[in-house]
Design a protein around this ligand. Sequence first.
Ligand code: NAP
Length: 284
Amino acid sequence: MIIDGRSIAQRLRDRVKGEVEAFAAERGRPPGLATVLIGEDPASAVYVASKRKACKEVGIESFHRHLSADVSREEALELIDSLNADEAVSGILCQLPVPEHLDGAELTGRIDPDKDVDGLTVVNAGRLALGLEGLRPCTPSGVMVLLEETGVELSGAGAVVIGRSNLFGKPMAQLLLAANATVTMCHSRTRNLAEVARTADVLIAAVGRARMVRADWVKPGAVVIDVGVNRTGEGLVGDVDFDGVEPIAAGITPVPGGVGPMTIACLMANTIQAARMRPAIART
Ligand code: NAP
């Protein structure tokens, strides 16, 4: 079975749209998402544009702030502070990477944790680790939705995550653990990676190496989630050798059209969640 991320993401966006309408009717204004883009990195500009487009589609108000590449650290932090204080802004994201003279972690860390819709602040990472309510990183949340919608039984399943980044691998492992999977995390120092991968009922690859996971790494009947995005001469490919693995897997996500569309859909879901966390302001 090919797991169709585009249609599952569309269903999530439709659900968020309904929730946004209900929120706006109740609170007198829609949730708002502030996107902060610093400098002229073309890929970042494309990502931010697609996030703003998604906001428009689901009815979230989009506040966009574009700072020049030579903005000072103080000015960038002041902008985050002003967005933290702005009641119309429910969620804030600072598009990474930022220019070299700035520290992306410092800027992200300045975001109010209750507006941190990327789920990347220390507070939200801590809430996830402790099993407390909070905003979760969008891509691993998207993978959880794909697994749920596909009816994959996680409780008691063996899950192997290849990749241990703060952005994806670590929060992915925490979410799987919270769903009662038995989780193994792998990385560049893991010995016998193929052998470990072959134990997985659910195998998740987030490395950034084109077609690294081959058919002989996959247990027949496993569910394979490919998070990797690699630009090659043949176009975008994942970390999994799709053609080799698809015939033996019970389910597999394609690249593109698998995990990718879920990330922005989960950003929209996080924004309505953040908006609901804020106290209602009396209308005058
Ligand atoms: P990252 O920060 O570069 O982390 C890569 C991870 O892979 C690291 O933990 C690294 O191990 C591990 N690794 C590298 N080479 C390895 C090898 N030969 N064997 C085993 N593990 C190896 O990357 P990331 O941000 O997590 O992203 C990973 C991939 O997912 C990228 O292709 C990225 O584009 C994609 N991605 C897609 C989305 C989406 O929305 N679709 C979102 C996020 C990321 P060490 O820790 O030991 O170095």
